[in-house]
Design a protein around this ligand. Structure first.
Ligand SMILES: C[S@@+](CC[C@H](N)C(=O)[O-])C[C@H]1O[C@@H](n2cnc3c(N)ncnc32)[C@H](O)[C@@H]1O
Length: 280
């Protein structure tokens, strides 16, 4: 059964996390370049999930006519307002303290910027937010990012650390002893230019590279900010997500295995259903 979340985001971001985003120079520079390529003179821009506000400020400093920065947390709204004022664009940036998956925008949107990205599109409501904002789109509205792709690979994961068995949660870091044991396959493509169904429910086939146990999967993602600017893993964004299997499998080198993957976008990794079966 696919469990849908009632709210758009159950994850509260801390000041520590949005600061990490801001000072991830590789990530934020790529977004700046994409925003400068996409935003044109006179555009109405929405920055959904604005955090520190940096992406909306890039648009306002560029050619946007007006920017609406939507942010759930009141503390961050104050930061966004200060950032816009200090950079001389306070008059063309409006901060809206709201849930971007239900917010009302006064008019139509030319460009949506939405960095609610997370590996596998777990935890964050990118899809729900873009699906909602579609009602304010024109036929020409541009979206940053416009496509997200995710890959999966089976892993013999390292789980004894400090002499303790730690395999009850997912983790966003690869350990030196994590051993990839299958091919890596594309399992999900989210085309944000069209309405997107709110969940993943798919089967991909991988080939075992070793005769060895698979007790986890590693998920990696990348997003097209524009057709030519692609963001993969940076310091903070798109770290690999290692998810332990509820039922590990003993692989035989060269054999094919089906990976059944089912979860609603934005859910916790603990709620993903990932099942491995030998391919018949
Ligand atoms: C990953 S941070 C990105 C911050 C910023 N856009 C950037 O790229 O630096 C996500 C931000 O979106 C906010 N957020 C999460 N869900 C939201 C929602 N449904 N509506 C509005 N803001 C949301 C969080 O509070 C957080 O500040």
């Amino acid at each position: 059964m696919i469990r849908m979340k009632k709210t758009s985001t159950d994850v509260q971001f801390t000041p520590y996390e949005i600061s990490f985003c801001l000072y991830d120079i590789e990530r934020t520079s790529l977004w700046k370049q994409a925003i400068e390529d996409v935003v044109k003179k006179g555009d109405i821009v929405v920055d959904a999930g604005a955090g520190t506000g940096i992406l909306g400020v890039f648009a306002a400093l560029d050619e946007a006519k007006h920017v609406y920065s939507i942010e759930l947390q009141p503390r961050f709204c104050r930061l966004i307002k200060n950032l816009a004022d200090k950079n001389g664009v306070g008059n063309k940036l409006t901060v809206i303290n709201a849930d971007a998956s239900t917010v009302e925008i006064p008019g139509k949107i030319d460009v949506v910027i939405c960095e609610l990205l997370c590996t596998g599109q777990f935890f964050e409501p990118e899809v729900q937010v873009i699906n909602h904002l579609r009602k304010f789109f024109k036929p020409t509205t541009r979206i940053i990012p416009n496509k997200i792709e995710s890959h999966i690979q089976l892993l013999d994961a390292h789980e004894i650390i400090y002499g303790v068995r730690i395999d009850t949660d997912s983790r966003s870091i690869l350990m030196a002893d994590d051993e990839p044991v299958s091919t890596t396959e594309l399992y999900n493509v989210i085309d944000l230019t069209k309405p997107v169904k709110p969940y993943v429910d798919t089967v991909v086939t991988v080939r075992a590279r070793k005769t060895r146990i698979a007790d986890a999967v590693v998920i990696t993602s990348r997003a097209n900010l524009t057709d030519s600017i692609v963001t993969k893993q940076t310091k903070f964004l798109y770290n690999p997500e290692i998810i332990y299997l509820k039922k590990p499998v003993n692989l035989i080198k060269g054999k094919l295995y089906e990976v059944h993957i089912k979860y609603p976008y934005g859910c916790d990794t603990l709620d993903a259903e990932i099942v491995i079966r030998p391919k018949k």
